[in-house]
Every structure is written in structure tokens, then in C-alpha cells.
Design a protein around this ligand. Sequence first.
Ligand code: SF4
Length: 481
Amino acid sequence: MRSVPPLTAPFGGCEIDSVASKRFAIRTYGCQMNVHDSEKVATLLEDSGLSAADGEGDADVLVINTCSIRDKAEHQLYSDLGKLRAWKAEKPGRVVGVGGCVAQQVGDKLLGRFDHLDFVYGTHNLRKVPAMLEQADRGQRAAWVDEEASQDRFDLPMRRPDAPVGRRHKAFVTVMEGCDMFCSFCIVPSTRGREISRVAVEIEAEVAALAEQGIREVTLLGQTVNAYGRHDVRRGKAATVGTMPFAELLARLDAIPGIERIRYTSPHPLFYDDALIRAHGELAHLCPHVHLPVQSGSNRILEAMRRRYTRERYFEIVDALRAARPDIAITSDLIVGFPGESEADFEDTLGLVERAGLVDSFSFKYSPRPGTTAADMAGEVPAEIAQDRLERLQSQQKAQTLAYHETRVGQTSLVFVDGESRKGQGQLSGRDPHHRVVNVDVAPEAPVGPGDALVVDLVAATPHSLLGRPVDPALQPVPRD
Ligand code: SF4
């Protein structure tokens, strides 16, 4: 590992004018944690005087924020970096940096392999990016991938009020990082490090400040977000450290004026307790949606995955959540073709999707990740069988999602508008409290846009979205003859 010099300004801001006048772009792969990390890096760079480019073609600095959850991620990075040689050569002074999970895993070997790469930063080292950029401007290349085990890793600047227009009403807030679960298929504990929970007063202060900026919806982030505070609570140190059980944190955030919606992702089934389930029935702003990864419906496969719960326990949680909040929408993540998965195991997964009433799911074919215990397991499922299972699962899920959407038609809902829908033509798109996409046709001159809350009647359903009509007649489009 090569070192970077001491930071020259708060959060490592740049003092060299030639750096501060640069324009940057960030290419982000992967999960919401990565999206949020990219937002933090963008804020660090903006606070250092750089400005966001209109696109990569227009940028002087390009940062690739990588993901390693699928096997193609590393190859994708190498392909991206290969192509960026020409991008860098087009304009003198251009800088290329790589961060995220692949950077954490591969570290400074990336610098050896790509001589046009200027800096590499790990998942705990976002604060170092401005200083590394400053070094790059002096022709020095650096990699920084140390694990940061203190609260310092959370000490990052607040998001700026001039965030992209589609995100001015909602924000991510990190509450914990890392993972101690070591599921047999997952590389995250190696790339994100050990679990650490952020001090609660810092989280409350951030959410209150976001509310003052006009943010109405916060999504609390953590690799196992509902494990928040658990180590401190178990050791009797929560009061000293400043953490608490997750349900208590939710209650505190629920009381912050201006925050209308609270979501959290991703929880682990193991960390649902009575208090968290009750919170879903009691907290006014906690959304009626939980994304609760299950991965498989087979107890045999769950054990091989080292998930530490059974399908029966998963059903107990789902049933308890529905008892607490009858309209709750539950979505999940699923893997097919895990080593040793038989047809009967897979049918257990199909059965779970139905029994749990999953409103939607992300499903993937298993791919071995080097460094995980599952990568060495026998019983590889042939690719064509895994593909067939994926298609059957997705087909069942599509039908279930449509059936759920159809139950919503006729209801009134509140949509926070994110922007134009994919269809365009003035149609707006946003999310309802259940995290479903709702597209809304509005009159061309209607004074509504990103960040507005729109009360709609849900009038039609597809497997991917709902169609809403504004309840206010003044916002409705004029019907065609
Ligand atoms: S809980 Fe399992 S799947 Fe989730 S991040 Fe941790 S190791 Fe990975």
C-alpha cells in the first residue's frame, strides 16, 4: 500500500487550484450503500471546490465505484479501466480513481496492472479521496485500503442541499456498516469489514438537518441494518458508546419534525425482535414496506448458506409483521442454483415465495465468489438448470406482483414524485409508502414535479408499476375524446 500525506483541509479537501477547478463524474455499480458512498465522495469533491461534470465526456476526474457481489464485477472493472486508457489520453490532466468493494479486495495491485490508474480507495477510506486527487495532480499514484474501526469512518460531510433534483426530497443515512454474519456465499464481510454502529445522536442530528433541508423521506442504511447497536447492547455498553437497539433508534427518528417516511435496508431475519415488529404497528412514519432478504426457501440450503434461520422462522416474522401492520408489503432477495440445490429445494423456494406473499423480489443465479466458503462447495448446479429455475421463479414472482398490484387498484395513495416516468410525455413517476412505483398522468401545466407529494387514485396495474390519477381534478389531464 502506498500512503497519502496528511490531509490538507477538513475531510482532505484540495488546496491546489488546478485540482479545485476540475470537473468530476462518478460511475457507480451495485447496491444502495454504494450509491450513498458515491454521494459522499461527490460531496467531498464539491466541498473541495470541484464541480460535477455534465457527463463523463466532459469530466477531468472519473471515479469508478465498484461492486463485487457478482462474479462479473471484477471483469467489468478491468474492461472499464481498459477503455478508460483512451478517455484519459484525450485530455491532459485527466485523473482516474477506483473505489468500492473490488478496490478494497484488490488494492494496490490495480495500480500495478493499469498504469493509467491514479488512485485506489477502499470502502472505509472515502475521506482520503480529495487528498489522493491532489497527489494525482502532482503525478503521484496512491492506494489506501485500510480498515477504519472507529467512528471516524462516519465523519463525512453532510449532503449538499443542491442534490440532483430527483433526490431533494429523500436521502440515505448510514446507521451501521460492515457485517459479522459470514454467509457462505457472500464476500461483503471481507470488503466492508466488521460491524460497527454509528452513535445515535449523530444519526439524529443528520436526520434533523436533512429535514431542515426539506428532506421528507430517509432510508437508513447498513449491511445488516437491524443489527444496529446489537454488540454494544449485548456487552452492556450501549449507553457508554451511544448506541441502542434498532427499534429505539427508529422511534427517535420517527419523532423528528418534517420526516414523513422512514425506510431501512437491508435487514437480516435474525435481528427481528418483538420491539422491531411492534414498531411497524406503532411508528407513524415507518413505511409499510420491508425488504427482507431470505435467499432460499429450503432449510437444507439455508443451513449451507449459513443464514442462521429456517423457513419457519421467516414465516413467523412475516406473519408477525402483517399482524402489526396488515398492509405491509414484503419484498426479498433470492438465490437459485446454490451448490447442492435439488429440484425439491428449489420448489421449497417457490413455496416460500407464495406462502410469504412476497410482493416483489430480486433473484439471481448463484455465482461463486473467491474467498467465500461456498466457492469450494461441491454440488455445482448446471448452468441450464439454474437458468431454468431462475426463469420459473421470476415468472411466479411476476404473477404475484401483478396480483398484488391489482389488489391496490381502487385505493387512494400518496406518491412522492421522483421525476418523469420512463414513458416521458409529461407522465410523472414516484413511490408510494409501500415502495411501489406509481406512474401518474398529469395535466401539462400542472404545478407538480420532483419532490412533490401527490394524492392519487390507483386506477390500473401492471407487473412493474401502478398507474395513478391525481385526486385533485385541477391536476388531471384533459381526457381525450
Ligand atoms: S448478512 Fe450475509 S448476505 Fe448480508 S452482507 Fe452479511 S454476509 Fe453478506
